[in-house]
Write a protein that binds this ligand. Sequence first.
Ligand code: C5P
Length: 399
Amino acid sequence: MSDFTSSKRILLGITGGVAAYKSAELVRLMVKAGMDVQVVMTDAACEFITPATLQALSGKPVFTSLWDNRIDNGMAHIEFTRDRDAVVIAPASADFIAKLAHGVADDLLSTLCLARDCPLLVAPAMNKQMWENPATQRNAALLRQDGIALLGPASGVQACGEEGLGRMLEPADLLEAIEAYFMPKLLPGKNILITAGPTFEAIDAVRGITNLSSGKMGYAVARAALEAGAHVTLVSGQTCLPPPAQARFISVVSAQEMLNAVNEQLSDTDIFISVAAVADYYVLNPSEQKIKKDAHILTLELAPNPDILANVVNGPNPPFCVGFAAESENLYEFAELKRHRKNLPLLAANLAQDAIGSDESELTLFDDAGAHPLPRGNKIQLARQLIAHIAQLYHTTKK
Ligand code: C5P
C-alpha cells in the first residue's frame, strides 16, 4: 500500500504568536516524516523566531516578502502553492484568521492563501479571551464554511499565565492531524472498539501479575482508525502513552474491568479490534493489604480470566472481530490455529520478541484467503495497512 502522507509537499505559514517557537519542532517532525516543507513567515513571526532556524530545519530558503526578487517572475504569491498539496498555517494568530476570513491580502502569506489552489489547514494559537471573543468565533466559523480545516486549538496553560482554550496543538499532534487529513476515509462514521495494552491482576495492594505490553500497537491502530474516518473507543490497560486526542478513552486495570468496559460499548460497535495483551489468569482472593514477606513459600491461587474476544465473537449480533496474536515461534501455524479456534475472519500476528515495546514490527495478516505478510515498518504504518485490510473485508462481508 502506498504511504499517503510521507511524500506530501506542504507550505507551512508561520504568523506572529509565541507558539511560533513550536513551529521549528513541527518542521523537524514533518521533514522526518518525509514531507517536503516550504516555510513562509509574516513579519510578526520573525519577531518570535528567525527565518534562519526554519531554513536550517526545512533545508529550503524561507520567504517573508511579497517583493522578494528570488522568484524569477516576481509572483511568489502565485508560484508558491502551485506544487503544494496543502498550505498549513501554524501558529495562526487571531489577526491572521481574521484576514483569511475576509480575504485580506496585504503580505506574502495572506496573499498566497488567497491565490492558493490547494487545501488550507489552520492551527489557531492565541490567548483564551481572544479565541472566545465573538469576532474570532465568527471568523473561525467563516473559515469552516469556506472548507478550511481548523486543527485545534487545545486547552491548557498559556504563555500569558491564563488557562483555557487557545493553545496551539503540540507539534506531534499537529503532524498527526496533518497526516490524518490526507488519509483515505475508508471507514467513515463506523464505530470501532479497540482494546490495547496489558491488564494487571492484583496480588495485593502494591503487587500484581501482568503481561509485557507497551500499548503502542493498539494506540497506533486507534490512530489509523481515526484517520480512516471512524469513531473510535479505546479501552486501554495501564500504559505510558497519551490517549489519541480524538478517541473516546476508557482506562481499565484488570481483565474483568476490560471485559465490563467492552460489554458496555458493544451494542453500537461495528468493528471490534482486540489488541490487548490480556492476562490469562487472575489472583483469587487478592490481599487488600501489602503481604509481608517472610521465609515461607508463598502460594498464589490463579483462576482463568474470561476471554474477552471470545465473549464478543460468541455473543448475540457480534461486530466484525479482529484478533491479535503474539507468538514466540511457529508464527504461521499457531496464528492460523488461533484464528480458527477463535472463529475470527481476521487475525494479525507477530513474533513477541520482535514486537513488544518496539516502535517497529513485522505483522502478518491471516484471513480466509491465506497469509498476508506486511513489509516491516513502524507501528503506525502497519496499523494503517491493517485498517485498510479490515475495511476491504468489512465492506465485502456487508455486501
Ligand atoms: O492470548 P491469546 O493469544 O489467546 O490472544 C489472542 C487474542 O485474544 C488477542 O486478540 C487478545 O486481545 C484476545 N484475548 C482476549 N481475552 C483474553 C485473552 C486473549 O480478548 N483473556
